[in-house]
Design a protein around this ligand. Structure first.
Ligand code: BGC
Length: 741
């Protein structure tokens, strides 16, 4: 009795305290329930299959159900033989369809009909800032998956770029949640339009490769909700993604693949996700816990270790209810039916079609980012340039494969040198010199993956050779940067410096030729201090797919005006990055605490007043754009309204070009720490020379909310908000202020 009374009194107190808190919050701000938004109707699952799914479920034995929830080969999980439902097939992703492997190993089958289009990697796609292109990318890669009869494409990779050293950044999109979300939504919708399920990976907080198998991530709830989860939420809700991949790491003490909070509470309950959660390959660590906490399919080398006999026994012993298994089967069947797996009307895709190749080219050419062109060396004038020194292994390297990340068996890949040669024909002499050697110090770690340290030392003989060709050429292009062996799954880079002594190469070449263009091939930020101090011209060319060489040559010679913008910050030095400045990377004793909170990427640089080398959103053009007349449809808004913005953008130069207008917002009064600016809208427009356009953009005021941890809700604060229109995050051209009432 006493116990009950105490409990009652405690509840009353709690109730009272909560009411006070809610009252205080209400008087200053408006809570919004963003998590109630339904899955966008035109995307996501079609309900019409549900009765059929129910009737199939009734026919299945426990053993048949168990057969469906684990891999029975490297990239297949079970179907239902007696009903003629074939196995579910998977493929990597995310930049091209992986070659066929032996059923039970990673060894290729060496077939002669499984080569495909290699699409530009994630950061390249994001650097286009073009959501129409990400939709086309999704459709094209979906088409290729379909042609190869794959049901689930293991992509896109959407993890937020928290540190530039993360080995898989090149597969991901951005440090900014809005840019990452918008690019991901296009990709997913595109893939699924082709009757293939996208598998959004790696959910969640797999922001470093170092110790990814075990690292336990702690991040405060606000940063979780505002920075790390939005891209997944958009994938589930706005794009209606059919599947998610649970990552290797732990979150708050539990492996993600058995994490009730991430899988059940947030993904399935809050966001209403009705698709399947597949484990990353070998990321399942338990049977009962994983089964109950939201994992649907165990995949990977020893798959079946947890979700086969052990799970069947656990169900028989009453440790896991059969309803939990039924829910997993429902999800699998839902994906199968929505991909029209058993339906003759399923789209027949095509690999290497002209359309797909065009997409690879368009993405590559729009992604190339001109960081610096102070002497106006670019575009090159083919009439004037009689000789080019093409220096560096990256001119001849291919990037479809390498390192430990799933590679693509590309039907073809135009190297940067081939692209250049094709472009100039015999009008211009190209002198190639290797310049540096890709070499690694390999340390056997005892596991499946050795550690490979890129050799930092220059090769003096190769440098001398490069100097000789640079001396006799009108212009020297140095193809510097990383390779797929340097940026790779499983390991993080130890430094942002160019590997293989490339800085020394750049120095030596710039001593003998005043016209040096540095083309950086990389998927992530590099230390550009050296290149920047020695060269007037820097171009980021990414790992850019089958058409990389053609796209780069078109940009260098001005047939394409560059329009890429950085999807991440390039710091002066690694220690300037929030996670590193806070000593919150890579963690200690297998734990990492994201103590920089919401200040990830430019949010950190701008709020803490740190000068980056090249800021988020930066990218030049061969023309100039002027901004004027930033206007909003009103001055005062209610919290459920949209802000409609108009901005005049004029192409004031001589080239047609594309410009991405970026809208950043900052509340001028706030009860909590807010970043100096946050991207809230962007739009890419094409303008002919001299053309003017009134560009319209919208901001849903709910997107200005912050996540209130105590109240467990999104809150829009009343008061004035600064709206900034910029050509990059640090080139703000127009500013206005609105009020939220
Ligand atoms: C990677 C995944 C990939 C899977 C299958 C894992 O090592 O983390 O991204 O899809 O392997 O290749």
């Amino acid at each position: 009795m006493i116990k009950k009374n105490r409990e009652f009194a405690w509840r009353i107190n709690l109730h009272f305290l909560t009411s006070v808190l809610v009252f205080v919050l209400y008087s200053a701000c408006v809570p919004v329930h963003q998590d109630e938004s339904p899955i966008a109707k035109e995307y996501g699952f079609d309900d019409k299959y549900e009765p059929k799914i129910d009737s199939i479920l009734e026919l299945l034995t426990l053993e048949e159900k168990i057969h469906m929830i684990h891999g029975n080969g490297m990239f297949v999980s079970g179907g239902i033989e007696k009903l003629g439902i074939p196995d579910l097939t998977y493929t990597d992703g995310p930049t091209g369809i992986r070659e066929e492997l032996e059923r039970h190993s990673w060894d290729p089958l060496n077939m002669d009909n499984d080569s495909v289009t290699f699409f530009p990697t994630g950061t390249a796609l994001a650097a286009t800032w073009n959501t129409d292109l990400s939709l086309r990318y999704g459709k094209a890669i979906g088409n290729e998956a379909n042609a190869r009869r794959k049901d689930i494409l293991l992509g896109p990779g959407v993890n937020i770029i928290r540190t530039p050293v993360c080995g898989r950044n090149f597969e991901y999109f951005s440090e900014d949640p809005l840019l990452a979300s918008d690019i991901a939504v296009g990709y997913i919708r595109g893939v699924q339009e082709r009757d293939v399920a996208a598998c959004v990976k790696h959910y969640a907080l797999n922001n470093q490769e170092y110790q990814r198998w075990i690292i336990d991530v702690e991040v405060d709830e606000r940063a979780l909700r505002e920075i790390y989860l939005p891209v997944y939420k958009s994938a589930a809700i706005d794009a209606g993604a059919y599947s998610f991949m649970g990552s290797y790491n732990k979150f708050r003490g539990d492996y993600v693949c058995e994490n009730d909070y991430l899988l059940n509470r947030i993904l399935k309950d809050e966001w209403g996700f009705k698709g399947i959660v597949v484990s990353d390959w070998g990321a399942t660590h338990s049977t009962v816990k994983a089964a109950k906490n939201g994992l649907d399919i165990e995949m990977g080398g020893k798959s079946g270790q947890h979700f086969f006999a052990l799970l069947a026994d656990s169900v028989r012993a009453g440790l896991v209810s059969e309803q939990i298994i039924d829910d997993k089967i429902r999800r699998i069947l839902r994906v199968m039916f929505n991909c029209k797996k058993m339906d003759s009307t399923r789209i027949q895709g095509q690999t290497n079609s002209p359309e797909n190749i065009q997409v690879a080219y368009d993405v590559a050419s729009e992604s190339i980012t001109l960081l610096k062109n102070t002497k106006g060396l670019l575009p090159l004038n083919s009439q004037e340039i009689k000789s080019i020194a093409a220096i560096g292994e990256n001119a001849v390297n291919r990037y479809a494969k390498g390192g430990f990340t799933a590679g693509v068996k590309a039907r073809y890949e135009v190297s940067l040198l081939e692209g250049l040669q094709k472009k100039v024909g015999d009008k211009t002499a190209i002198h190639y010199a290797r310049g540096y050697k890709e070499e690694f110090v390999v340390v056997d770690t005892g596991g499946r993956w050795p550690y490979m340290y890129p050799d930092p030392d220059p090769d003096e003989a190769l440098i001398r050779e490069a100097v000789e060709v640079a001396k006799k050429s009108d212009v020297a292009i140095i193809f510097a940067g990383n390779t797929r062996n340097v940026e790779t799954e499983v390991v993080d880079r130890e430094t942002l410096k160019f590997p293989f002594g490339q800085d020394e190469l750049i120095r030596a070449v710039s001593e003998v030729n005043t016209k040096v263009i540095v083309v950086v091939v990389a998927g992530a930020a590099c230390d550009l201090r050296y290149a920047d101090s020695l060269s007037s011209t820097i171009v980021y060319a990414w790992f850019n797919g089958s058409e990389a060489g053609n796209a780069l040559a078109d940009v260098l010679f001005g047939d394409v005006n560059p329009s890429g913008k950085l999807p991440f910050t390039i710091p002066v030095k690694l220690e300037d990055i929030g996670a590193h400045a806070m000593e919150a990377y890579p963690g200690k004793n297998f734990k990492v605490n994201y103590s920089e909170g919401i200040l990830v990427g430019y949010r950190w640089f701008d709020t803490r007043n740190i000068e980056p080398k090249y800021c988020f959103g930066h990218g030049l053009s061969y023309t100039t754009f002027e901004y004027s007349n930033l206007e909003t449809d009103k001055v005062n808004y209610l919290s459920d309204q949209d802000i409609i913005l108009h901005l005049m953008v004029e192409n004031t130069g001589n080239f047609p070009g594309k410009e991405t207008v970026q809208i950043y917002v900052k509340p001028l009064e706030s009860s909590v720490e807010r970043a100096e600016k946050e991207l809230k809208a962007f739009r890419k427009v094409a303008l002919k020379a001299g053309e003017k356009q009134k560009v319209k953009m919208e901001i849903d005021i709910r997107d200005l909310a912050y996540y209130n941890v105590a109240g467990k809700q999104w809150v829009i604060e009343r008061g004035p908000y600064k709206i900034m229109a910029g050509s990059s995050s640090r080139d703000i051209r127009e500013v206005t202020v609105v009020n939220i009432k």
